[in-house]
Design a protein around this ligand. Sequence first.
Ligand code: HEM
Length: 435
Amino acid sequence: MRKKTLLATGLLLASSLALAQTPYPEDATYRALGGKEGIKKITDTFLELVLADPRIKDNFADFDIPQVNQRLQEQFCEYAGGPCKYTGKYRDKTMDGVGTVRDMKSVHIDLKITDAMFNALAEDLQLAMERHGVSTYASNRLIAKLAPMQRDIVTAAAPPAPTRPDMGRLLATGGVSTVEGSGGGGISPWALITGYGTRDSWGGNAHYTRVQTQDYSLGTRGVAIGVADRLELSVARQDFQGDLAPLNLLRIQQDIVGLKVKLTGEAVYDQDRAMPQVALGMMYKKNKGISGLGALGVTNVKQLGAKDDSGYDYYLSATKIWLERSLLVNGTLRATKANQMGILGFGGDQGDHVKLQPEISVAWLAHRTLAIGAEYRRKPHNLGVDPEKAYYDVFAAWFPNKNMSVTAAYANLGTITVFNPKTQKGWYLSLQVGM
Ligand code: HEM
C-alpha cells in the first residue's frame, strides 16, 4: 500500500515536472496577449485601472501618462517575446546623442514604492488582462517576467506601525489553513506566511474545517496571524469524533500552537531564481483526552499505547511558485512522533523516536482566484492499535477576494484503528475569513 502511495506521488510529481519543462514557442505569450494591438488595449485598460486605484493613483499625478503607456507597451511586448524593444523615455544623453535607457530602478527610485504598491499595480495588470480575455496561463507568464523587478522598484517601507493590515500581497499567496492551523494546503504547512500582510504590515485570519469520512469526523477551528511576511503564529483546536457504534460517543480534542519563520526566498518575486521560499516551523500539541469510552475505562491516549499526550512537531518547508507554468509545489519534511497528528498521542508500543516524514503538495494555479491540487503526507506508525497510513487529498481552493477562501477536498485518511479496517475517505470543507 505504501509503495502504491509513493508511486502515485512520484507520478504526480513527475507529471508536474514534465509539465514544467514542456517547451513553448518564445512568442507564445505575445500571441496570447493579442500581439501589438492586444497589448495596446491591455495597457490602456491597465492605466485606466491604475489611475482609478486609490492605493496607487496619486503616484501618477504629475506624469506624462501617454508616454508611460507607450513605454509599457514596448516593455510588455518585449518581455512577452514579441518583436519590440523597450526604448525608455529617459536617456542620459551623451555627446553622440545615443545615451542609455534608464533602468527600472532609476525610473522609480524617487517614487518611494512599497511592496503593497507594487502588488497593487500587478493586480491591476492581472485584471486588465482578464478583461481582455487573456488566459490565466499567459497572464501568469507575463507577471512572472515582471515580478523580479520588485527588487529594483520597491525601495521604500510603508509608514511605521500601520493600524490596519495592508492586505498588500497577491491573492492566494497566503495559502489556506491546514487542519493543524498553520498556513499552507489542507494537510501540509507551506513556507508561505499566512494572510496578506507585506513585509510592512501583518494579516490575520480565522478558519473552520470539517473532514467527514464514513465513520469519523474531524473539525478544526483556529486563528492565525502573519507578521511582516516573516513570522506566523497560529492556534487551533481539533475535535475528532466517532460516528459509528460502538464508537459513536468517542470524542478526542487536541490544542495546537504553531510558529513559523520564513528563512529565505520570495515565493512570488523570485521568478528568475531556482531558490524556493523556505520556512522553519514548530507545532506544540496538547491532547486533551478521550471521552465516550468511559465504559472501557479509557480517558487518555496513553491507555491506547501512546507514550505521551503532548509533543512537538518541527518542520522545514520549501514552496516554489512557478508563475511561468502556473504551478505551486511545496515539499515539507516533518520531524514528529505524533500518531494521527497527535489525536492518538505521541510515540507508542511500535516506536517512540522522532521520525522524519515527507509531505508534498502540488497545485495548479488555474485562475487568479482558483488553485486545484493534490497533497500527500506520510506519517509514522507508532501504535499497535493503529495501522497508521499516509494522508492524501485532492483539493480545489477558491479565493473570491482577500477576505475569504473556501477549500473543498476529497481526503483519504487511511485506516485509523485495527478494530475498524476500513480506509477512511471523505469530504473536506474549509472556510477561512481574514483581514
Ligand atoms: C512590475 C511593476 C512595474 C513595471 C513593470 C513598471 C514599468 C514602468 C515603465 C516601463 C515606465 C516607463 C519608464 C520610461 O518612461 O521609460 C514606468 C514609469 C513609471 N512608473 Fe512604473 N512600473 C512598475 C511599477 C510601478 C509602481 C508600483 C508604481 C507606483 C505605484 C509606478 C509608477 C510609475 C510612474 C509614476 C512612472 C512615470 C515615471 C516618469 O515618467 O519618470 N510603477 N514604469
